[in-house]
Design a protein around this ligand. Structure first.
Ligand SMILES: Cc1cc2nc3c(=O)[nH]c(=O)nc-3n(C[C@H](O)[C@H](O)[C@H](O)COP(=O)(O)O)c2cc1C
Ligand code: SF4
Length: 678
């Protein structure tokens, strides 16, 4: 792999980057009080260990208190940050990675009711729908104040020993001045391009005056808003040229599109089922036009595309941001000729959706990411090999078998179906979500490498399991659709699984009752609508699909809009009864006993799953722990040691949906955390 363009070093002025792979700015919401403490540091250090050349820390670290956190952003305006960042930078440097940070003033892209409750501001008082704040128009004293806040923040980053900074200029205050969509000013900050760039030049001048010529400064900028009322490509490229001509910056990091709404954001940061690398050619064209170092990221999840981006001269540094959430050791694996062992980013965008919902970024199928202090990315071998039987090859069972295999145990994986995957295989039946199968395929390849014995088409019976003389039995048998939320007529309804699996043909006039709020109900509705049916989705919630984040919502909402799917909220299904060859659905709500009826030919219900307790109950009396779990030990990362039956022959552990209906991440986290200490 010596001639791999992706692994060739890159010289950015005085800084030698060891290869072309970087992680672009992204706030994982691991901050504590606006500070990048241990969790934050360990997350970045893992990527440094994994061979990354450059990690752009933070995402939108805020330079002023009137730019309050939108999703756990770091407080670049607070001197306390210097010590925390110095430690992070030192540790990453020790592992050979360069470290920079993205700083910004969020402008109108945040909430007004947060932090110090200062008024949110923007070049003009135009509301941003995604964050709902009504901004005030920035006054001249605001502009002076924020210019010096940028310079102060840059100085802090230099003091922390970082290799450089990047200014965020898409959807935030800086580019708010550039865009006709958000700048309606008639003073010296509005109108001509010179005026619209005045704030940017003032910030760059102030930063350079403070940090000197050698500290690396870049701009992550939109060079085409791809929006009828926004910045055109011609103007965007001209802005790039002028920023380069200012001789104040060292690199550009290019964005195409705008982020005013979730739908627009999904075009800038595409999710699964959407185009791969949609803006790569654009970035390459701008690079050719400005002849300047260019970075770029937008759904370049795999090494082949990243390599192409470098080899074809489209980029100088290629961003693989979500790819590193899925596997922080990409460069190391490429260098070791183990590209095929990279845990794939399947574009689920569970990571990003979580931060907009107030959570922290977690990868759908790497439960160690963001939990580096407690969860290993590399599993250590156990001192004593044991016999482990895992029942069920859905996400929980596959992960448990993988981790047990890495521990060096003798592992047997039993699965009733002909293929692995469980509910992932079902979810991947929606062609738009087919990439999810990567979660299964990657694990199956790892199991083969680890020598795990797999038995498909085998229903796990207690006798057969005990005949294996296991030390540990892990039950990962999942659940079955629970349609019991319908008070009467449950036997007349179809489950979302029947639709997803293709076992039930979509009707022509279908009511989908989603009393779960996540993917299964929405995906069933999508598939039915695509099959040409008239569909109404009914939810008892005050908004629909509340378990789903904003970016995952976009493709569903697009299909619903295109196919005319009707959505009704605040409504419960009370009962379903046969009426001729149709079904009469009686509806009510938490606010009124009855709210009407519908006459349809199919009722599809999604209400999560229920485990089948039979095997668990049969094994319990033979186990040492009767299925009991020591949660304190689990949380503290100690091995399970509960003994309720000293005569028992094995430890019995139940994981994933075999315990209760949850999601893929929960199943995989169970698989990792119960087994890593076995
Ligand atoms: C959790 C998360 C938070 C993000 N926050 C920011 C941010 O604050 N600033 C920014 O410029 N980009 C942010 N991004 C976008 C990424 O930098 C990157 O452009 C995007 O993920 C597309 O690249 P990828 O396909 O390699 O992941 C964020 C991405 C994720 C996943
Ligand atoms: S959650 Fe999905 S998109 Fe995000 S890193 Fe993991 S696999 Fe990639």
């Amino acid at each position: 792999m010596r001639d791999d363009p992706l692994l060739s070093p890159y010289q950015l002025r005085h800084l030698t980057l060891r290869n072309r792979i970087m992680s672009t700015a992204h706030e994982p919401a691991y901050s504590e009080g606006g500070m990048p403490k241990d969790r934050y540091r360990l997350y970045h250090v893992e990527k440094a260990k994994g061979g990354i050349a450059l990690t752009m820390t933070a995402g939108s670290a805020v330079v002023s208190p009137d730019s309050p956190q939108a999703f756990g952003n770091l407080h670049a305006y607070d001197d306390e940050i210097v010590g925390w960042l110095r430690r992070l930078a030192d540790d990453c440097h020790e592992h050979g990675a360069a470290v920079m940070i993205q700083i910004t003033h969020l402008g109108r892209r945040t909430g007004w009711n947060k932090g110090d409750w200062l008024p949110v501001l923007a070049p003009s008082p135009v509301r941003e729908p995604a964050h709902r704040a009504f901004p005030k128009e920035a006054e001249l004293w605001d502009i002076d104040r924020i210019v010096s806040d940028y310079a102060d923040a840059a100085e802090r980053m230099q003091a922390a020993g970082l290799d450089g900074i990047e200014l965020e200029a898409y959807g935030h205050l800086m580019d708010g001045f550039w865009s006709p969509a958000t700048n309606r000013r008639e003073d010296e900050y509005g109108g001509t391009l010179d005026n619209r760039l005045r704030f940017t030049h003032r910030v760059l001048d102030a930063i350079r005056a403070r940090v000197g010529p050698d500290f690396l400064v870049g701009v992550r900028m939109v060079a085409d808003e791809d929006w009828d009322k926004g910045l055109t490509r011609a103007e965007g490229v001209e802005i790039a040229r002028r920023i380069v001509a200012s001789a104040r910056v060292d690199f550009l990091n290019l964005i195409r599109g705008h982020i005013e709404t979730d739908a627009a954001l999904a075009d800038v940061i595409p999710i699964q089922g959407m185009r791969s690398a949609p803006h790569l050619d654009f970035a390459g064209e701008v690079r050719a036009a400005v002849k300047f170092p260019v970075f770029h990221a937008a759904r370049i999840p795999d090494v082949a595309t990243a390599r192409h981006a470098i080899a074809a001269g489209k980029l100088d540094m290629v961003g693989m941001t979500r790819a590193h959430l899925a596997d922080p050791h990409i460069a190391r694996k490429v260098a070791a000729g183990a590209e095929h062992r990279i845990r794939p980013c399947v574009g689920a965008t569970y990571c990003l959706d979580r931060i907009y919902e107030g959570g922290e970024a977690l990868c759908i199928h790497n439960a160690a990411t963001g939990r580096e202090a407690a969860m290993p990315h590399e599993i250590a071998r156990a001192a004593t090999p044991r016999r482990v039987v895992v029942v069920g090859a859905g996400p929980a069972g596959l992960e448990a078998a993988r981790v047990a295999g890495e521990r060096g145990h003798h592992v047997t994986l039993i699965e009733a179906a002909a293929q692995a995957g469980g509910q992932i295989r079902l979810a991947a039946m929606n062609p738009r979500r087919a990439e999810l199968i990567g979660i299964v395929d990657w694990r199956m390849e790892e199991l083969e490498r680890l020598g795990v014995e797999t038995r498909f088409n085998t229903f796990g019976e207690a006798d057969e399991i005990m005949a294996e003389n296991p030390d540990v039995v892990i039950l990962a048998t999942g659940g079955l659709p629970n349609t019991g939320c319908v008070e009467s007529g449950e036997d007349l309804v179809t489950s979302s699984w029947d639709i997803l699996s293709g076992e039930a043909k979509p009707g022509s006039d279908v009511l989908v009752y989603d009393d779960n709020g996540g993917h299964p109900g929405m995906s069933a509705a999508e598939m039915i609508a695509r099959a040409g049916a008239t569909v109404e989705v009914i939810s008892p919630e005050r908004f629909f699909a509340p378990e789903m984040g904003g970016l995952n919502h976009v493709p569903y909402a697009r299909v619903f809009a295109e196919k005319g799917v009707r959505v009704t909220i605040n409504t419960r299904i009370r009962g379903v009864a046969r009426e001729g060859n149709k079904l009469r659905v009686t509806m009510g709500s938490d606010y009124a006993e009855t709210t009407g009826t519908r006459l349809v030919d199919q009722v599809v219900v999604e209400h999560g799953t229920l485990p089948d307790p039979e095997l668990y109950e049969a094994l319990k009396p033979h186990s040492v722990n009767g299925g009991a779990v020591d949660y304190a030990a689990l949380i503290a990362g100690r091995a399970q040691a509960v003994v309720t039956n000293p005569e028992g022959r094995f430890r019995l552990i139940r994981i994933g949906d075999a315990v209760a209906s949850r999601n893929i991440h929960a199943a995989i986290y169970d698989g990792l955390r119960y087994v890593k200490d076995l």
